[in-house]
Design a protein around this ligand. Structure first.
Ligand code: F6P
Length: 548
């Protein structure tokens, strides 16, 4: 098979970038008043305006030809039909089945997966309802006031992000906490104000072997037993979400209190499964179903819409354009909504663990850049921190501005100010400020001519810096579901084009292996000659300076 960067479509794009590079977006807007309308898609209550990108209609045609050349259409159908796309782990990739609200059969290994999914949803419904109503009590008969989810990576970031995003829908007298880091500070600071009699722990781990999660889980168990003094209390205060029943029992959690999911659910795609239990407890099962429904609607759009009007496909192609042809190494996610503040972290795992790959599905090293660094923060804070570099630095950083049209907290003109800032940033990035404009501005302010000469270069903005704007009607459960599914499919399509397996994560293994070698050396003061001099020296330093 011809490598993607050797295809005609790729070469055409590389040549086309040379033509587009000198064009200024502000000129393109002037030449075509319909540009924004032509380069917008509205779907699932989300408006994607991608007109502030360094593209012409020909760029989009060439990108779509690339999508056709790699058979994006076939790949999306294969995903939904349960093919084993994750070839290095020999697994299907069926998170779309978890939110298949139309409930039509989805076959995997000759079995319809829907009945199993529906059973777990019912189990989640019963349990979350019981916790919320106070029917599920702790060991001493008191209702639950605090839920602590212990998990890491996909078993933490999805529920954490969604619970925060949907805070306005949360039950006020039930507090949610998330512990992920193996640093004891995380669990101990979380537990400090909690009452063991009214605390419920969800141990969330697909494999139930993850060091951080199990260490935190045992610390939580000891904390509970110290206070309640009876092993029997564990059953009322610990539930598990896992694919590994054997390990769950070994930990001491009754598998009656285990919520199952399946190996065809990737960790970073798992918030739709029982990993979403904290979400269901926080916002109630009806709202959880709405979240699934919103994702399902985006799935249907992704599966059926023509590629030229397909929101995830368009976003994927624009990303490829910048990473592979315009040499952009990073992509900023900038939600202008305080409730979406964990979205950049969530997308960091979703994108970077999926497409941070250096070999193709066939194991051949790639000769072109793949997944970019994903980063960002919420709201206007970034404007007073790192936006300087986005506006005037030397790197090209494509940005996604995400903002709801309606806030959950309408107060005075806060939301108009937030919205104005968001639009101003994308406009400023696109337009920039020319030498003439900068000079005129300084002259008009009465500045003396020598000072103008000194300052002029500092006050020029090159502009032509690309962004997408995503307007969401309001951050409701269903709109949030659609938004997350949009990014999931974008990431999938980019992986298809780069010909990488977006569904494995071998890159996290080496660090885990070496940590398991270093740990006993730290604990037992063993000889550490098997390491390089840096690592050995750092271990020796640790021993010398460790107190007690
Ligand atoms: O180390 C990476 C990873 O495997 C992620 O892919 C996953 O989301 C996370 O660890 C947690 O894994 P588990 O749910 O099995 O504890």
């Amino acid at each position: 098979m011809t490598e993607i960067d050797q295809t005609e479509e790729w070469t055409a794009l590389a040549n086309h970038w040379a033509e587009v590079k000198p064009l200024q977006m502000r000129d393109l807007f002037q030449q075509s008043p319909e540009r924004a309308e032509q380069m917008s898609i509205r779907q699932c209550g989300i408006l994607l305006d991608y007109s502030k990108n360094r593209i012409t209609s020909r760029s989009m045609n060439l990108l779509l030809e690339l999508a056709q050349a790699v058979d994006v259409d076939g790949w999306r159908r294969r995903m939904f039909s349960g093919e084993r796309l994750n070839i290095t782990e020999n697994r299907a990739v069926l998170h779309v089945a978890l939110r298949n609200r139309s409930n039509h059969p989805i076959w995997y290994d000759g079995e319809d997966v829907m009945p199993g999914i529906n059973t777990v949803l019912k189990q989640m419904e019963a349990f979350s309802g019981a916790v919320r109503s106070g029917e599920w009590t702790g060991y001493t008969g008191k209702p639950i006031s605090d839920v602590v989810n212990i998990g890491i990576g996909g078993s933490n970031l999805g529920p954490l992000m969604v619970c925060e995003a949907l805070k306005p829908y949360q039950k006020a007298d039930l507090r949610m906490h998330f512990v992920s880091n193996v640093d004891a500070t995380h669990i101990l600071e979380t537990l400090r104000p909690l009452d063991p009699e009214t605390t419920l722990f969800i141990i969330a781990s697909k494999t139930f072997t993850t060091q951080e999660t199990l260490t935190n889980a045992y610390t939580a168990r000891n904390w509970l037993l110290q206070k309640l003094g009876d092993e029997k209390a564990v059953a009322r205060h610990f539930v598990a979400v896992s694919t590994n029943g054997e390990r769950v029992s070994q930990f001491g959690i009754d598998t009656e209190n285990m919520f199952e999911f399946w190996d065809w659910v990737g960790g970073r795609y798992s918030l739709w499964s029982a990993i979403g239990l904290p979400i269901a407890i926080a916002i109630g099962m009806d709202s959880f179903y709405e979240l699934l429904q919103g994702a399902h609607e985006m799935d249907q759009h992704f599966l059926h819409a023509d590629l030229s009007e397909n929101m995830p496909v368009i976003m994927a192609l624009l990303g490829i354009w910048y990473v592979d042809f315009a040499n952009a190494g990073t992509h900023a996610i900038l939600p202008y909504d305080q409730y979406l503040r964990y979205l950049p972290d969530y997308l960091q795992q979703a994108d970077m663990e999926s497409n941070g790959k250096r070999v193709t599905r066939f194991g051949r090293p790639v000769d072109y850049p793949t997944g970019p660094v994903i980063w960002g923060t919420a709201g206007t804070d970034g404007q007073h921190a790192y936006y300087q570099l986005i506006h005037q630095g030397t790197q090209l950083i494509p940005c996604d501005f995400i903002i709801p049209v309606n806030s959950h907290n309408e107060s005075g003109d806060h939301h108009e100010k937030l919205f104005a800032n968001c639009l101003a940033q994308s406009e400023a990035l696109m337009r920039g400020k020319t030498r003439v404009e900068a000079r005129e501005e300084m002259v008009a302010s009465g500045m003396d001519p020598d000072h103008i000469v000194d300052l002029l270069h500092h006050r020029i903005f090159p502009g032509n810096r690309p962004s997408n704007t995503l307007l969401v009607d309001k951050i409701t459960p269903s709109r949030l579901g659609s938004l997350i599914a949009l990014y999931e499919h974008k990431i999938f399509i980019q992986g298809v084009i780069w010909r990488v397996n977006s569904f494995d994560q071998w890159g996290v293994e080496l660090g885990k292996q070496l940590a398991s070698v270093i740990l006993p050396e730290l604990k037992e003061e063993r000889q550490t000659t098997n390491h390089d001099s840096s690592t050995s020296g750092l271990i020796t330093y640790f021993h010398r300076h460790r107190k007690g």
